[in-house]
Write a protein that binds this ligand. Structure first.
Ligand SMILES: Cc1cc(C(=O)NCC(F)(F)F)no1
Ligand SMILES: [Ca+2]
Ligand SMILES: [Zn+2]
Length: 316
């Protein structure tokens, strides 16, 4: 419990000051919190060559002030994402049973990516051109931890339409936890260029993603084909989720927005109760309708808006 919670602080990737839970042992402080589920622990993997050597070395400091910005953000943002799923959706960690949340930073060399590798989160430092250290974005941390939840629930296969849904679900909850915008990665993408982002849910086409099923991009189900374009075709479901929350008229279809909170409830319920490993976009429409019906009733505006949002992106 939180009786003996120790507080550490530091500056994140963007130089912003933040506080977080730390542990103290043998005269050193560690990026280790024990008050959230099975704990949140953050490691430095700068010396790791092979995946088998992960997570690396637990981040420590002689005082309770931490100097590694990437580690500070990975740890602080993991706390925020844990708290979001616990407080908003009643889920205790990614497995629903308090699994420890493990993160490693400085993974690879100038790696322009982040990932959930089945057991933990890993963050690259970026090359300083395309990305700065990726744990510096709350929506990226939310995106990656959501992959863990998806794996434990619907377990959407990571290719073709189910893979695009897997990606979209991660973008949706990345945006929900980083509430305030519908962009992904804006805090760490292209440090030398302001005002851009890695992806946009409000306008997927701005970053070359489709915003309608008629524009679904058929790519080979291979690593070079991004397993059938999972990071590209996620734009279609991302647009539907954006329209459901904010409303709008898209390709002549009007959608009445129902707000972020209700949208998050619908997608969380669809993900955990109705989606399965081989769900298609059409299955996503039905799962969202079912979830909205459970939550708000079959004659509700929320159900009607789900139908209109999916019709607006050409998914029936
Ligand atoms: C290739 C490729 C990877 C990704 C991606 O979404 N990575 C996770 C993120 F959190 F870093 F964004 N998009 O295209
Ligand atoms: Ca964002
Ligand atoms: Zn992803």
């Amino acid at each position: 419990n939180t009786v003996h919670q120790l507080t550490g602080s530091g500056r994140g990737v963007l130089g912003d000051r933040k506080t977080f839970e730390v542990d103290h042992k043998y005269g050193k402080y560690y990026l280790k919190g024990t008050s959230r589920g099975g704990g949140i622990k953050t490691y430095n993997a700068y010396h790791v060559i092979y995946e088998s050597q992960l997570p690396g070395t637990m981040v420590s400091s002689k005082t309770n002030y931490f100097l590694d910005g990437a580690a500070v953000d990975a740890h602080a943002y993991a706390e925020k994402v844990y708290d979001y799923f616990k407080n908003v959706h009643g889920r205790n960690s990614y497995d629903g049973n308090g699994a420890p949340v493990i993160s490693s930073v400085h993974v690879g060399r100038n790696w322009n990516n982040a990932a959930w590798i089945g057991t933990q989160m890993v963050y690259g430092d970026g090359d300083g051109i395309v990305f700065r250290p990726l744990s510096g974005a709350l929506d990226v941390v939310g995106h990656e931890l959501t992959h863990a939840i998806t794996e434990k629930t619907a377990n959407l296969e990571y290719h073709n339409e189910s893979g695009a849904l897997n990606e979209s679900i991660s973008d949706i909850f990345g945006a929900m936890v980083d509430s305030g915008d519908w962009l992904l990665g804006e805090d760490v993408y292209t440090p030398k260029q302001s005002g851009d982002a890695f992806r946009s849910m409000s306008n997927p086409t701005q970053y070359d993603q489709p915003d309608h099923y008629s524009r679904y991009v058929r790519l080979p189900d291979t690593p070079d084909g991004d397993y059938g374009g999972v990071h590209i075709n996620s734009g279609i479901n991302n647009k539907a989720a954006y329209l459901l929350a904010e409303g709008g008229t898209h390709y002549g279809v009007n959608v009445t927005g129902i707000g972020r909170a209700k949208t998050a409830k619908i997608y969380y319920r669809a993900l955990t109760l109705y989606l399965t490993s081989r769900s298609t976009f059409a299955d996503m429409r039905q799962a969202a309708i079912k979830a909205a019906t459970d939550l708000y009733g079959s004659a509700s505006q929320e159900v009607q808006s789900v139908k209109n949002a999916y019709s607006a992106v050409g998914v029936y």
